[in-house]
Design a protein around this ligand. Structure first.
Ligand code: FAD
Ligand code: MG
Length: 294
């Protein structure tokens, strides 16, 4: 059988899209490998009505409500490839299964790549973060660090003092210009140029000269990219954001390839659960309308 819509990615964006399509009484398959971006965090913040809730719980409740619709099929697993022909789309699964649909929604999320510093990855989502709106409040006013990865770190270093006294660890990845140094000074940011050797304790930054900065939390800008190559298979255009590439979409979340819509982190420069849910609702209604209006 061919579905009206296949949604690849069954997290916040994908489930939000799927909910609209399900409620429009269309047949839909959601394919999900279950690797949410925020799986490292025990609490999700800033999503209205769910502030501080376990992100796995938010997803589980959404899934329970979604699969209660008889016209929704949920498939666990990894979609490895997608192709378009005259009749629609084929999605090929890692286990060899193939599924067909008239339309496709890509809600792939993104994968974060962190600087390679011992102790950093293990603390991601606990005391090392990228987004102060998500996790800044809980750090109790600091002291805080910004681990530089490049020019984008200037923006973070200027912003983070809102949440506590801040040290910018340039770590050889970024050197502020004299104007930038003045700007950092006006925000009372301490600039530390000694390389970072490792992170220990909660967020203790051990420097190469043996000094230790005991911080309440550390921010760093991860590099991001869509979590799988399905958009490349289909030839969807990408835009380059300050953190990495993301799928280009129009105001109704349509990609550059007719019949393919995209939502959530994979389709914006920077994301959150709220934005993923909003994007998904828009993509779901838009993909449904495209079934009728072309
Ligand atoms: P995701 O939630 O990443 O889900 C993508 C889904 O698609 C995954 O289940 C994945 O397995 C699946 N998938 C991808 N490709 C395939 C494929 N080929 N086949 C099958 N399945 C596939 N945001 C907040 O609002 N508040 C917070 O407190 C917060 N904390 C965060 C903490 C950390 C450490 C991180 C890294 C992020 C945090 N975020 C937070 C951001 C939040 O995680 C993302 O904005 C949100 O998850 C985006 O939702 P999404 O549906 O677009 O993608
Ligand atoms: Mg999703």
């Amino acid at each position: 059988m061919s579905y009206d819509v296949i949604v690849v990615g069954g997290s916040y964006a994908g489930m939000s899209a799927a909910l609209q399509i399900a409620r429009a009484r269309r047949n839909i398959m959601v394919i999900d490998a279950g690797v949410r971006r925020n799986r490292f965090a025990a609490h999700s913040h800033g999503f209205l009505g769910q502030d501080g809730v376990d992100p796995a719980q938010i997803a589980a409740t959404a899934r329970e409500q979604l699969v209660a619709y008889p016209n929704v099929v949920w498939t666990e697993g990894q979609a490895d490839h997608a192709a378009k022909d005259d009749r629609g789309f084929t999605v090929m699964m890692r286990d060899g299964a193939e599924h067909r649909s008239s339309r496709l929604v890509l809600a792939l999320g993104v994968t974060d790549t962190l600087p390679e510093i011992p102790g950093l990855q293990e603390r991601w989502g606990r005391s090392v973060f990228h987004c102060p709106y998500c996790h800044g409040f809980e750090l109790g006013g600091g002291p805080l660090g910004v681990l530089a990865v490049g020019d984008v770190s200037m923006h973070q270093a200027i912003l983070i003092p809102e949440w506590g006294p801040t040290t910018l660890l340039t770590n050889g990845a970024f050197e502020p210009t004299s104007e930038q140094l003045t700007e950092l000074d006006s925000r009372s940011v301490t600039v530390e140029r000694t390389p970072v050797a490792r992170i220990t304790g909660r967020a203790d930054v051990e420097l190469a000269d043996g000094r230790v900065l005991s911080l309440a939390g550390l921010f760093t800008a991860s590099r991001t990219r869509p979590s799988s190559s399905l958009a490349d298979d289909l030839g969807c255009a990408l835009d380059e954001g300050p953190l990495g590439p993301f799928l280009r979409t129009d105001a109704m979340k349509a990609t550059s390839i007719p019949g393919v819509f995209a939502c959530g982190d994979a389709a914006r420069g920077a994301g959150s659960v709220s934005l993923a849910v909003g994007d998904g609702a828009l993509a779901g209604a838009a993909v449904h309308r495209s079934l009728i209006l072309g």
